[in-house]
Ligand binder design. Structure first.
Ligand code: DON
Length: 366
């Protein structure tokens, strides 16, 4: 729970406005992706951001009514879905018989595989195509996937942008090549005949194109992230969506692989699990606290949303809870009331003085 949420909302709004107005021209750059032609029609000025706490406290700003295709952020949803199905069968990590758990260190759609012939991780295209195929192999349908997403974030709809899907299925030659390479490496679950395995691989690729074309908004994405931040329970319904084991696997892979060949620098600079999408979506999960979701089409070299990274960066300048690897005591703790830290320090100082505990007193920060 974020105490004094109004104060948090005001800071969130102030940061959003600063990036929108961008008087220092720090965030008005980047390329709108156009290798999928329809994506190239996006307005680079579109900008929306949302936050949802692990308790369901919620804010959304800017073009939050805007619907956009989920693209690679859908890889987090698909991985959580399939891993949880395997967990329910008592073997979550069997997913990783077919896809690795290590960063690939190269661009998101590179035709590279690990020493076992597997795609490196579920966040790159090859790995995500494999994950979609495992969902088909589990007998799941796209409707099941849409319902899984809607259950997690109370979205009333999760429509598929059919023209975009058809366009991507037609022009997604690199993804078709990744499917064929994985077939040639025998990476897929093997069926009785090659024809049957190839059919499974084709259906899996088709599923991948559909999931990337699922239309979402920043509110839904922030709520999905908040479900993960709340250890797999939907903050507003109290319903369990995924097991804690699934949360651990999903959020960790977001940290290590979510920002592709920019994951290392992003972790050093911002230290928070984040997943980007080529339509300009960005979802950030702060375990135990909440999630941010931003949408703005201009992308940096690694294909990650420029304004979305800006939101994380500037919010981290205020709060010391976003970067999981560095807790700057001089910054605010969003889980504490303004005076709480000082009050706690005074109380500890008094009790330590009363018991002559000089060592604790010497460690206190005011
Ligand atoms: O398969 C593709 O190339 C797109 N549907 C998704 C790629 C994507 O979102 C990369 N993320 N930054």
């Amino acid at each position: 729970m974020i105490p004094q949420y109004t104060r948090f909302h005001k800071n969130f709004e102030k940061i959003f406005q600063e990036i929108k107005e961008d008087t220092k021209n720090e965030y008005s750059w980047g390329e709108v992706a156009d290798y999928i032609p329809s994506l190239g029609k996006a307005d680079p000025k579109w900008f929306a951001s949302a936050f949802c706490s692990a308790d369901g406290q919620f804010s959304q700003l800017g073009d939050f009514d805007g619907k956009f295709s989920m693209q690679s952020v859908s890889k987090v949803v698909a991985y959580a879905y399939v891993y949880n199905l395997y967990v329910k069968k008592g073997r979550g990590d069997d997913v990783h018989k077919y896809v690795g758990e290590e960063p690939s260190g190269v661009v998101f759609n590179a035709p590279v595989f690990d020493k076992l012939g597997r795609p490196h991780n579920p966040m790159v295209n090859a790995g995500a195509i494999m994950v979609s195929t495992l969902l088909v192999n589990e007998g799941k349908t796209i409707e099941d996937f849409q319902h899984f997403y809607m259950k997690a974030c109370n979205a009333k709809r999760a429509d598929i942008d059919l023209p975009l899907y058809k366009e991507e299925a037609l022009t997604g030659c690199t993804n078709h090549a990744l499917r064929s390479l994985m077939l040639s490496k025998g990476a897929y679950p093997q069926k009785e005949t090659f024809e049957a395995t190839k059919k499974l691989a084709d259906d899996g690729l088709d599923w991948y194109f559909v999931q990337c074309s699922m239309l979402v908004d920043v509110g839904g994405m922030a709520r999905f992230g908040a479900m993960l931040a709340n250890n797999g329970i939907n903050p507003s319904t109290g319903e369990r969506v995924v097991e804690p084991e699934t949360v651990k696997a999903t959020v960790t892979l977001m940290q290590t692989c979510g920002m592709y060949n920019g994951a290392g620098k992003f972790t050093k600079d911002h230290g928070v699990p984040t997943k980007s999408g080529v339509s300009g979506g960005l979802m950030t999960v702060i375990p135990g606290i909440g999630a941010f979701a931003t949408w703005s089409p201009p992308l940096n070299e690694e294909g990650n949303c420029v304004r979305g990274i800006g939101m994380i960066e500037k919010m981290s300048n205020i709060y010391n809870n976003i970067n999981l690897f560095h807790k700057d005591q001089k910054k605010r703790d969003m889980t504490r009331r303004a005076y709480q830290t000082l009050l706690m320090t005074v109380i500890v100082a008094c009790t330590s003085a009363a018991s002559g505990d000089l060592e604790t007193i010497s460690r206190l920060h005011v």
